[in-house]
Ligand binder design. Structure first.
Ligand SMILES: [Zn+2]
Ligand SMILES: [Zn+2]
Length: 207
């Protein structure tokens, strides 16, 4: 499996390209800006993009969904509880002082426990709310793409934005993510990758 990290936009959001191998089918996780840059990386790796997996619908994770969809016709997957945020992309951008288009309609609403198959890759959906109501993490093999639920070095997602909940976030981290095997690689929405074991043993998740 290949995992290509493409940091994009003013927040350096990690857009991930995940595929079984170069030249194969793959997914784009969180196209948050710069569709051209993402698409260039895809074609450099020879990937045909079948799905756009959204961890959550904050502007810096979805602003380039339209651009990627237009060129790939990939299926857009998102949790229904983040649909209000998704539909408010233009307002989210304006609030940050940017102009942009709305995102095209979601094609498939994911739910906890869903299996998403792309070529020989299979992603399991974990509903991990708290940073936003519809935050999900995608697990494939022993790699987890968790959006802004947690970050390397003991950081956790902010919960002061609309729909945020510290108690849900705590539950998502301690009962869902930390119950995965310690060797599970964790790819967060910003910053470097880590592992479940490293974060769990850091002992700074005191909430
Ligand atoms: Zn976020
Ligand atoms: Zn983010």
């Amino acid at each position: 499996m290949i995992v290509e990290t493409v940091p994009i936009g003013v927040n350096e959001t990690n857009c991930y390209l995940v595929a079984e191998a170069r030249g194969g089918q793959g997914v784009v996780i969180d196209p948050g800006a710069d569709a051209e840059v993402i698409l260039e990386r895809c074609s450099a790796l020879g990937l045909s993009i079948a799905k756009i997996l959204i961890t959550h619908a904050h502007w810096d994770h979805i602003a380039a969904v339209g651009g990627v969809k237009e060129k790939t016709s990939a299926e857009i997957c998102c949790h229904r509880k983040d649909l209000p945020l998704y539909n408010a992309l233009v307002e989210q951008l304006l609030y940050m002082g940017f102009e942009g288009d709305s995102a095209p309609p979601v094609d498939h609403f994911v739910r906890d426990g869903d299996e998403i198959t792309v070529g020989n890759l299979r992603f399991t959906v974990l509903h991990t709310p708290g940073h936003s109501p519809g935050s999900v993490s995608y697990l494939t093999g022993n790699s987890l793409f968790c959006g802004d639920v947690l970050f390397e070095g003991g950081g956790v997602g902010r919960t002061d934005l609309p729909g945020g909940s510290m108690s849900q976030l705590r539950d998502s981290i301690t009962n869902r993510i930390f119950s995965l095997p310690p060797e599970t690689a964790v790819y967060p929405g910003h910053g470097p990758a880590t592992t479940v074991g490293r974060e769990k043993s850091s002992g700074i998740y005191l909430f």
